[in-house]
Design a protein around this ligand. Structure first.
Ligand SMILES: [Zn+2]
Ligand SMILES: [Zn+2]
Length: 241
């Protein structure tokens, strides 16, 4: 686990033939009121929980799990993580909370072919990703997470209920899979995805002052160049009509 700032910690995903999302721990450890953002792929709870313990953080300090979105590579080990921290609430944007509660797994798997492959590979039963959501996030909400302050930014396009978490004072953005380092963006061909919504979301993120970009995969970036997200949106715009 790497400390990004006082109150933001990074646990790198361990990709297999399916990627494993990065996990972030948010909040000042002394507050004992922390959030875990995006657990990751199936089978990945063990080393991530260990990384948290190795930091000297007690698991009782983790009070909630926030999903940037509910794709398999982010939610795959949610059940494993919840076995370790059953008291933790689950916070998801309202648009992805509803299917999650109903056991509609089309967003989780993204496409039928991928669902069949993963269910076989990981021995996943239909309905494995049915969860009650404790808090349904909405655009513009402010979240106080263990002495750090985050705005919920609704950024659909990669998935219908994607959210970013933005710390305006520290200029830190956790954008899920909407935008990555190196001018890459999230795919927009999965169930509920939409290219023109993704373009608008990128332009919206471009308005924010961001120094530290903490995406769901690949490199994290500190000292992000000014205008980086807007430049990324412009480069991709012709493909996102
Ligand atoms: Zn995704
Ligand atoms: Zn992902």
């Amino acid at each position: 686990m790497t400390q990004i700032s006082e109150g933001v910690y990074f646990i790198k995903g361990q990709d297999e033939f399916i990627p494993d999302s990065h996990t972030y721990v948010v909040g000042k450890p002394t507050s004992k009121d922390l959030a875990l953002v995006d657990p990751g792929l199936m089978g990945k709870a063990g080393y991530k929980i260990q990384a948290i313990l190795d930091m000297g953080i007690e698991l009782t300090a983790i009070k909630r799990i926030i999903m940037t979105h509910t794709h398999l590579d982010h939610i795959g080990c949610l059940a494993e993580v919840r076995k370790e921290i059953p008291w933790a609430e689950l916070w998801v944007h309202a648009i992805e909370a509803a299917p999650l509660e109903e056991g509609d797994e089309r967003i989780v798997y993204g496409m039928e072919m991928f669902k069949n492959m993963c269910q076989m590979q990981y021995n996943l039963k239909p309905g494995a990703f049915t969860f009650q959501v404790d808090r349904k996030l909405e655009e513009g909400e402010n979240l106080d997470l263990g002495g750090t302050s985050w705005e919920v930014i609704y950024i659909p396009g990669h998935s219908p209920g994607s959210v970013g978490l933005y710390d305006r004072s520290e200029k830190i953005l956790i954008p899920g899979d909407v935008v990555y380092a190196d001018y890459a963006i999230g795919r927009f061909d999965l169930h509920g995805a939409n290219g023109s919504e993704l373009k608008n979301s990128l332009l919206q993120l471009g308005e924010l002052e961001v120094n530290t970009l903490l995406p769901g995969h690949n490199r994290i970036v500190q000292n992000l160049p000014p205008g980086y997200i807007t430049d990324t949106a412009r480069q991709w715009a012709p493909h996102l009509a």
